[in-house]
Design a protein around this ligand. Structure first.
Ligand code: GLV
Ligand code: MG
Length: 324
C-alpha cells in the first residue's frame, strides 16, 4: 500500500439513483415511496427554460413537505455556465431545510467549478446555521471534465460521488451516437479469418474507457462511482447488460430515468448471494492460512492470497451495508 491513505467519503447506499424532473411534482410522492436509495430532483436538463423558476419552487416544497423516509435526497442544479445556477443553490439551500443531503453538479469541468459551488454552499450553511453538511455529487459528462477528473474528485471534502453522464459526454466528445448509453453496432472488431476463412464480428463497449477512468478517479479519492442514464427504458435486457458491466468495473450504482429501471438496478448493484458466500469462504480459508503461517492457499482449485482478502472484504462490506 502507499503511505497515503484514502479516506472514504460519507458512506451511503447508492445502488439506484432515481432521476425526477423538478417540473413534475406529481412524481415526487411516488419517488419517495420507491425502492431507490437516492432520489435526485432535477432542475437541469429535464426542465425546460420556461419552467426553471417553477421547478425550483416545486423542489423546495418537496424538500420541506414530502416524507422522504430514509432516502438520500439530492438536487441537480443547473450548470455553472447558466444564470440559473446561483439561484438554484441560494434558494434551495436557504429554503429547502435540513432534508437536503446532496447537491449534484452537472457538466463539471474543473476543480474550480467544485470550489465555487463549495464556497457558495459553505456561506449559506453558515449564515442559516445548518446542522448537516451538504455533500456533492459530480457528473463527469464533458471532455473537459474527463480530462480534469482527478483534480475534480479531490476538489472538496464535500465530494461523495462521481457519475458518468453518457448523453452529454457523447455530445461533448462528438461520439457518433444519438442514443443515451448502450452499444453501437459500428463499434466492434472483425476477427481475422480462421482456417475455413470464417470471420466474426464482435461488438465492443464504446463506454469502457470513460467508465473505467471514472471508477479509478472515484476510488482513488474515496468516492462512489455511479453509472448514469440508459435511455431505452423499454429494453430491460439491454439495461441489465449495461448496468452489469458498470457494476463489474466497480460502479456502486446506476441511475434510473424511469421507475421500471429501479428493480433491475437494485438487483444488479447488490452482490449476488453466491458471490458473497464465496467471499466469506475466501476469508475463512485465508484465516486458516494465516494460522498455518501461509500467505497463499488453494480454494476450489484456484489460488487465493492476501489480495483476495481485500477483494472479499470489499464485497462482504458492501453486502452488509445493503442488508443493514
Ligand atoms: C446525464 O446528465 C447525461 O448527460 O447523460
Ligand atoms: Mg447531462
Amino acid at each position: 500500500m502507499s503511505f497515503k491513505t484514502v479516506e472514504p467519503a460519507t458512506t451511503r447506499l447508492n445502488r439506484c439513483e432515481l432521476a425526477v424532473p423538478g417540473s413534475s411534482p406529481r412524481m415526487f410522492a411516488k419517488a419517495a415511496a420507491s425502492d431507490a436509495d437516492v432520489v435526485f430532483l432535477d432542475l437541469e436538463d429535464s426542465v425546460s427554460p420556461d419552467d426553471k423558476a417553477e421547478a425550483r419552487k416545486n423542489v423546495i416544497g418537496a424538500l420541506r413537505d414530502v416524507d422522504w423516509g430514509d432516502k438520500t435526497v439530492s438536487v441537480r442544479i443547473n450548470g455553472l455556465d447558466t444564470h440559473y445556477m446561483y439561484r438554484d443553490i441560494v434558494d434551495v439551500v436557504e429554503q429547502g431545510g435540513e432534508r437536503l443531503d446532496l447537491i449534484m453538479i452537472p457538466k463539471v469541468g474543473t476543480a474550480s467549478d467544485v470550489y465555487a459551488v463549495d464556497m457558495l454552499i459553505t456561506q449559506i450553511e453558515t449564515a442559516i446555521g445548518r446542522k448537516k453538511r451538504i455533500g456533492l455529487e459530480m457528473i463527469i459528462e464533458t471532455a473537459l471534465g474527463m480530462q480534469n477528473i482527478g483534480e475534480i474528485a479531490a476538489a472538496s471534502p464535500r465530494n461523495e460521488s462521481l457519475h458518468f453522464g453518457v448523453a452529454d459526454y457523447s455530445a461533448s466528445t462528438r461520439a457518433r451516437t444519438t442514443g443515451i448509453g448502450g452499444p453501437n453496432p459500428l463499434y466492434g472488431v472483425l476477427t481475422d479469418p480462421d482456417d475455413a476463412g470464417r470471420r466474426e464480428y464482435h461488438w465492443g463497449d464504446m463506454w469502457h474507457y470513460a467508465i473505467s477512468r471514472m471508477v479509478v478517479a472515484a476510488r482513488a479519492n474515496g468516492l462512489r462511482p455511479i453509472d448514469g442514464p440508459f435511455g431505452d427504458f423499454s429494453d430491460e435486457a439491454g439495461f441489465r447488460a449495461h448496468a452489469n458491466r458498470a457494476a463489474i468495473l466497480g460502479c456502486e450504482g446506476k441511475w434510473a430515468i424511469h421507475p421500471k429501471q429501479i428493480g433491475p438496478t437494485n438487483e444488479v448493484m447488490t452482490p449476488a448471494v453466491a458471490e458473497v458466500e464465496k467471499a466469506r469462504r475466501i476469508l475463512a480459508a485465508m484465516e486458516q492460512a494465516k494460522r498455518d503461517g501461509q500467505g497463499a492457499v488453494a480454494l476450489d482449485g484456484k489460488l487465493i492470497d492476501l489480495a483476495s482478502i481485500r477483494q472479499a472484504e470489499a464485497m462482504v462490506a458492501q453486502a452488509e451495508a445493503i442488508a443493514a
